[in-house]
Design a protein around this ligand. Structure first.
Ligand SMILES: [Zn+2]
Length: 431
């Protein structure tokens, strides 16, 4: 498909036309080009999510590669990294190749599988890291996310191994003994609500240990979903020391606080838990100053019955792909903390670079892959289930007014969203 996006505002604030031909940005559009009027619209490079749970294989009642890809496209994403906690676990070349090829087949987004660090996420023996790296899926990110690699020796070995092929270990930083039975942020509110507390130090202690292990191994470490002001301080120290650590924060940790637990509505139950407003402020400041590198959704779909349960029994997690950009606009752009160039960095070029995903380092330049998201930042919408395009509806934003609307998403020259509407599987697969 040949496209001409007319009058888009680029992240640097300049305004120009974007011609797309054969999947890449071109000098000029062909005469037959489909024209997209982008007057008043903000163009961003296609968004990249380093932390998505697609649930396939094994948990297709929550999400599949197809439904998660559709949710991603609706949210403006053109690539997602799929976490390994499926069933079977993505701990072999066979499983990661299956997930990657399902993504290619559907075509809504590029799906890059994340390999497990340990076999079955059991934390006992290293998974086939080398085989996954050498497979057709060319895995570069490894994580036991959902669980912490808490054994220091295994973590050290994993870091040393991935360093040999420029991979990265993405750690879910949660000291297991300090969080046994934990239900929400530790503090006065948890005591008042009678819910077991989740101490900040359970996250911070693992991050402190792991940055030192990464330094010793001369390896890259990525820290998933940091949630506390103390974690930010540890990371700031590690970066000042020259340690190769990168860090993500989720949209919900940039906006929501522990007070929401007072409702006992398990839509607000998430791992790591929602924290205090002081933590939210620290996370926003750290994302603005670059201490935190990226925003990643931790999109975690769950069936209704596991979220409409009593708080203590309910699953941890929230869906996030469809709302991420709006939440980042609320928390970071509308507050003046980040401009659109900053959003492009934290939601596209930086996550692609961490995951060693090519094609995102020269956005909008002639010859580079045409991954584009067009948004109307002035639009406002009451977020509801109709905006959720995945299989699950466990969003904390239902009924809340959010700014911004994705008008078009273009993945490698193929529109996946046009005129604000998700295109059909047939249209997308057919280009
Ligand atoms: Zn996690």
């Amino acid at each position: 498909m040949t496209l001409l996006i007319k009058g888009a505002t680029l992240p640097d604030g300049t305004r120009r036309d974007l011609a797309i031909h054969d999947g890449v940005f071109a000098e000029a559009a062909a005469k037959c080009a489909t024209v997209i009027d982008a007057d008043g619209l903000q163009a961003l490079p296609g968004l990249v999510d380093l932390h998505t749970h697609l649930r396939e294989p094994g948990f297709e009642q929550s999400e599949t590669v197809l439904t998660g890809s559709r949710a991603a496209a609706a949210g403006g994403f053109t690539a997602v990294f799929a976490m390994a906690n499926t069933s079977p676990v993505a701990d072999t070349a066979g499983v990661v190749e299956q997930v990657a090829s399902l993504g290619d087949q559907h075509g809504y987004v590029t799906v890059r599988p994340i390999g497990a660090v340990t076999i079955g996420l059991a934390g006992e023996r290293l998974a086939e890291i080398g085989a996954m790296a050498r497979s057709r899926a060319a895995v570069r990110v490894f994580s036991d996310d959902g669980k912490c690699v808490h054994d220091a020796l295994l973590m050290r070995r994993a870091l040393e191994y991935v360093a040999t092929f420029d991979g990265v270990v993405a750690q879910h930083a949660q000291e297991p003994r300090l969080t046994e039975g934990a239900q929400m942020n530790e503090g006065a509110l948890a005591s008042e609500l009678g819910l077991a507390g989740w101490p900040a130090v359970a996250e911070e202690a693992i991050i402190a240990r792991d940055v030192l292990l990464a330094e010793a191994a001369s390896a890259r470490l990525h820290v998933c979903h940091v949630s506390t002001a103390g974690s930010v301080e540890v990371v700031r120290w590690a970066k000042a020391r020259g340690i190769a650590v990168t860090v993500e924060v989720t949209p919900h940790h940039l906006l929501l606080t522990e007070d929401l637990a007072s409702s006992y509505d398990a839509r607000y139950k998430v791992n790591p838990p929602l924290r205090r407003s002081e933590d939210v402020d620290a996370l926003r400041a750290a994302l603005a100053d670059g201490t935190i590198d990226i925003v990643a959704t931790d999109h975690a779909p769950h069936p209704v019955e596991t979220k409409e349960a009593a708080w203590a029994e309910a699953s941890f997690g929230m869906v996030g792909l469809e709302s991420a950009l709006s939440v980042v606009q609320t928390a970071m752009v509308d507050t003046g903390l980040l401009d659109w160039a900053g959003v492009a960095r934290v939601l596209s070029s930086a996550p692609a670079a961490i995951g060693r995903l090519g094609g995102y380092d020269a956005a909008f330049q002639v010859g580079s892959p045409a991954h584009v998201t067009l948004i109307d930042p002035t639009a406002r919408r009451t977020f509801d289930v109709a905006h959720l395009k995945g299989r699950s509806v466990n969003s904390p934003y239902l009924g809340i007014e959010l700014p911004g609307r994705v008008v078009a998403t273009i993945h490698g020259g193929v529109p996946t969203v046009l005129g604000g509407e998700l295109r059909s599987a047939e249209e997308v697969a057919g280009g």
